[in-house]
Design a protein around this ligand. Structure first.
Ligand code: SAM
Length: 337
């Protein structure tokens, strides 16, 4: 309080109110409507009515994709389901992506004209989605039968290279810093050989769900990652991540779909596969950026697991979508922090 005891004078409240209450009348510079705005506001400065001021566009350049702000938000859910038809070639393969899953991630992490790479191409869902969305693509697949199926659906094989080779030769085919996004799903070490038949066998007769069967082993080829022991697989997959890191441009993303599993033949109740994949990626320089849960419960009917023993198991109805980034902070920024 000041000497005179007038607190209003001390804080200049009346003067502030006076200024705030003065409103100027003007014509909106956008729509021409008559309007008024309080002094010292951006709206008055820019001569905009309330409506036009609210509709002001965000003119910052989208550096990552071609989504609007609301699409950007809608596609950012951390739990997703991907429905969609499974064409014949996907049924033959047994573990192909739903097209909608690939479209979602291509739209999020790339722009038209950019190049998407799948080091384990399978029957080419990534090439197909890339062509549909106006991107280029490169895919590597060991099994010639899958390569044939992948090529069948692609109109422009110039923009979509499909290479039949071992993923370990990726750097022979692809230049460093030339790829804008990686989307893939690796074969799961000995998973395909260790899981027991079809999980759904018991409740099949009670279910009208379109059951996803466990895929058969891809081949008996020694080079096939699906035929390696878990330890060998982790060594080799670290090598794949290292090559991918060099092939990928700076500040671009790499999306991997994996599922944990049980190796009950060897009495291992839970194989924490997704954590080991994260470690392999980190060893190779990638930064773990996000994890999205891929909810597949609709397509995996419940099975009685362990009943009535003390071994109570969950029905695993989800996969992990692991999102890594080749995150390069510029030296300038690093100095500041
Ligand atoms: C999970 S599947 C990928 C399916 C694919 N996302 C799709 O939509 O069709 C993994 C693929 O990796 C292939 N593969 C296994 N070992 C490989 C290797 N050494 N080099 C390249 N591809 C390999 C398998 O033949 C299999 O098709």
């Amino acid at each position: 309080m000041n000497k005179t005891g007038n607190w209003k004078e001390h804080f200049n409240v009346d003067k502030d109110l006076e200024v705030k209450n003065i409103r100027s009348y003007f014509k909106c510079s956008k729509c021409g409507s008559k309007t008024k705005a309080p002094q010292k506001t951006k709206r008055l400065e820019n001569k905009l009515c309330k409506n036009c001021f609210g509709k002001k566009r965000d003119n910052r350049k989208n550096q990552l994709n071609e989504l609007t702000g609301s699409q950007w938000a809608t596609l950012s859910k951390s739990v997703m389901e991907y429905s969609g038809t499974r064409p014949e070639k996907q049924k033959i393969h047994g573990a192909a992506f739903p097209l909608s899953f690939v479209e979602h991630h291509i739209s999020t992490y790339s722009k038209r004209g950019e190049t998407i790479f799948d080091p384990f191409l399978g029957v080419g869902t990534v090439s197909e989605a890339a062509e549909k969305l106006g991107r280029k693509s490169i895919g590597i697949e060991l099994n010639p039968e899958f390569v044939k199926l992948a090529k069948k659906d692609i109109k422009n094989l110039k923009n979509h290279k499909i290479i039949c080779d071992d993923v370990r030769n990726s750097k022979k085919h692809i230049k460093d810093n030339s790829v804008d996004l990686i989307i893939t799903s690796p074969p799961y070490a000995t998973l395909l050989r260790t899981i027991k038949g079809n999980f759904a066998y018991k409740w099949r007769e009670h279910s009208d769900l379109n059951v996803i069967k466990n895929p058969p082993p891809y081949s008996s080829e020694k080079k096939d990652f699906g035929n390696l022991t878990y330890e060998e697989f982790m060594d080799e997959i670290t090598g794949v991540f290292k090559d991918n890191y060099e092939i990928l441009k700076d500040n671009c993303y790499s999306v991997w779909v994996v599922k944990d599993y049980r190796d009950l033949k060897n009495k291992v109740p839970y194989v924490n596969f997704h954590s080991d994949i994260i470690k392999a990626a980190q060893l190779s320089g990638f930064l773990l950026w996000d994890i999205r849960i891929y909810d597949q419960t609709k397509y995996r009917p419940l099975v009685v697991l362990g009943y009535p023993s003390r071994n109570y198991y969950l029905n695993m109805g989800h996969s992990y979508i692991l999102i890594f980034k080749k995150h390069i902070v510029s030296k300038l920024k690093r100095k500041k922090t």
